[in-house]
Design a protein around this ligand. Structure first.
Ligand SMILES: [Zn+2]
Length: 255
């Protein structure tokens, strides 16, 4: 660790269960944020500020005026720009020591394994089920932890999927619900859920604390209640079920 890093991250290094060892583990980690909407913007900010070594940000959209109530990496002059380039510019200023890899592309079953291969964790910043299904398949086949988050209105949820140990996204949501068009969302809801996702990532990568593994956190902002429920592996899951041979996992296509 450099003198600069010891000062920059000093307040988190102070945590007795984290320390310089935890910080070094973060520095040696590669995290992918897939989707740069409300969740992905807030998650990227906190991952970069925490000092993750390498961050890949993936999105295929451009910034629109209607994004600005919740997608906190963008401002008016970014409207029309690719989210990946606008986000990378801001994130580089927040912490120049983080290696940023912007990927302007749509996550699909065909390319997901190539995008995430070699990463230590994938953070779900998606706003649609198809993207999450593709990410889940890629993470299960590549054995990469997938930190799911989802929001709607004042409500949100989060869980950490560890392939081979916990239910995967398909175990939890075996069928894709019909998309109901544009759903309402306040900026603070993805902020809360993204903060939970990054706390999970920091713990996962550094070995600190207990994860939301096999548990789903439900946040109800209307009543301001937080609830955690156990979630179960589906033994017949077509993505992570027992007939899937982990040793051949990376050879199994998601498309
Ligand atoms: Zn499963």
């Amino acid at each position: 660790m450099t003198e600069n890093e010891l000062v920059r991250y000093g307040r988190q290094i102070l945590h007795p269960d984290f320390g310089e060892v935890g910080q070094k583990r973060l520095k040696d980690s590669h995290v992918i944020v897939a989707g740069l909407g409300g969740l992905g913007c807030a998650a990227s900010i906190y991952l970069v500020c925490a000092g993750v070594g390498k961050l890949t940000i993936v999105d295929c959209d451009s910034v629109e005026l209607s994004n600005l109530n919740r997608q906190v990496l963008y401002c008016d002059e970014d409207i029309g720009k690719h989210k990946t380039s606008a986000a990378a510019q801001k994130l580089a200023r927040l912490n120049p020591s983080v290696e940023l890899v912007p990927r302007y592309e749509k996550v699909s079953p065909e390319n997901v394994q190539l995008i995430i291969r070699g990463a230590d964790a994938v953070v779900d910043g998606m706003d649609n089920f198809e993207g999450r299904v593709a990410l889940n398949c890629g993470c299960v086949s590549e054995r990469i932890p997938f930190i799911h988050g989802g929001v709607s209105g004042l409500n949100g949820e989060a869980t950490t999927i560890i392939p081979g140990e916990t239910p995967c996204f398909n175990c939890i949501f075996p069928t894709i619900p019909r998309e109901r068009g544009v759903s309402p969302v306040f900026g603070v809801t993805p902020a809360i859920i993204a903060a939970v996702q990054v706390m999970e990532a920091i713990k996962l990568l550094s070995g600190l604390g207990d994860l939301l593994a096999g548990r789903m956190l439900y946040v109800n902002g209307t009543t301001m209640s937080f609830r955690v429920s156990a979630i179960s592996i589906d033994p017949a899951c077509r993505i992570c079920g027992p007939d899937k041979n982990p040793s051949q996992a990376s050879m199994r296509p998601c498309s």
